[in-house]
Design a protein around this ligand. Structure first.
Ligand code: SAM
Length: 239
């Protein structure tokens, strides 16, 4: 199958935004895993004085994880889907969260220029046309020493993990999504994970984009070997 990209992907997320929160609530650990990835950034002091960028914020699940772990930080949350972003912005946020409608490929045009102390990207990079270009943008938006956490479906390379992923997505997720009229998006989800980097390959990609202290950390439960947090840092000085 052809993966969805750009406007087609944004339109699919616009439609799926109606049921997105209910679907992720049925995924055990979804919100707890996002919070764990935020803690893995290792940022101090509840985030006081820090500027954070949530790329591909969707309906705000990742934004809520940032808010919960780093309540004193300022968060800029960006998404290409107007439908997803509308739902995020309608939630009761305290001060300190700004939502921006833009594709990650056109952040500067939308006025998102940094520098940021940390960037969080949950379930985004598998969806973009050119992950290396996006990682270069993220690197340049970070302050020297700034931190990145990528929370992403990245298979281990073991056949058993790929089989679990195929079983969960074909057997559980796709039937429900198809009944809701979102079959194409969730077929894209299954295929995009299979086609995307393994955890080792994505670690290499981060190294090649100029990040240092790159680590791939597993997530618990059924997602072990399927989903990882990648933490990395923009070096203090140019390499
Ligand atoms: C699977 S959702 C994840 C949402 C949220 N981060 C979470 O953890 O629940 C992926 C989001 O990335 C957004 N997205 C995909 N490609 C994008 C791009 N090129 N630029 C900005 N957002 C994009 C989609 O619109 C969607 O809302």
């Amino acid at each position: 199958m052809t993966l969805l990209r750009d406007d087609d992907l944004a339109a699919a997320f616009d439609h799926a935004s109606r049921s997105y929160d209910a679907l992720v609530a049925a995924n055990p650990g979804y919100h707890a895993h996002l919070r764990r990835s935020v803690r893995r950034l290792g940022l101090p002091g509840y985030g006081a004085g820090l500027r954070l960028l949530d790329l591909g914020c969707g309906t705000g699940a990742s934004t809520a994880a940032l808010r919960s772990e780093l309540p004193a930080a300022h968060i800029t949350a960006v998404d290409a889907s107007a439908g997803m972003l509308e739902r995020a912005a309608a939630k009761p946020w305290a001060d300190g969260v700004t939502f921006v409608h833009a594709p990650v490929e056109r952040l500067a045009e939308a006025g998102v220029t940094g520098p940021f102390d940390a960037v969080f990207a949950a379930y985004l990079l598998r969806n973009v046309d050119d992950p290396d270009a996006v990682l270069t943008t993220v690197h340049d938006l970070l302050a020297p020493g700034g931190r990145l956490a990528v929370h992403e479906y990245t298979l281990s390379g073991r056949r058993a993990d790929r089989a679990v992923w195929t079983m969960v997505s074909r057997g559980l997720v796709q039937p429900v999504a198809s009944a809701l009229g979102d079959g194409a998006l969730y077929r894209h989800l299954r295929r995009s994970v299979v086609d995307f980097d393994t955890a080792d390959r994505f670690t290499d990609r981060l190294d090649a984009a100029g990040f240092d202290t790159v680590r791939a950390l597993p997530l618990p439960g059924w997602q072990t070997g399927i989903t990882h947090t990648f933490v990395a840092r923009r070096p203090e000085t140019a390499r």
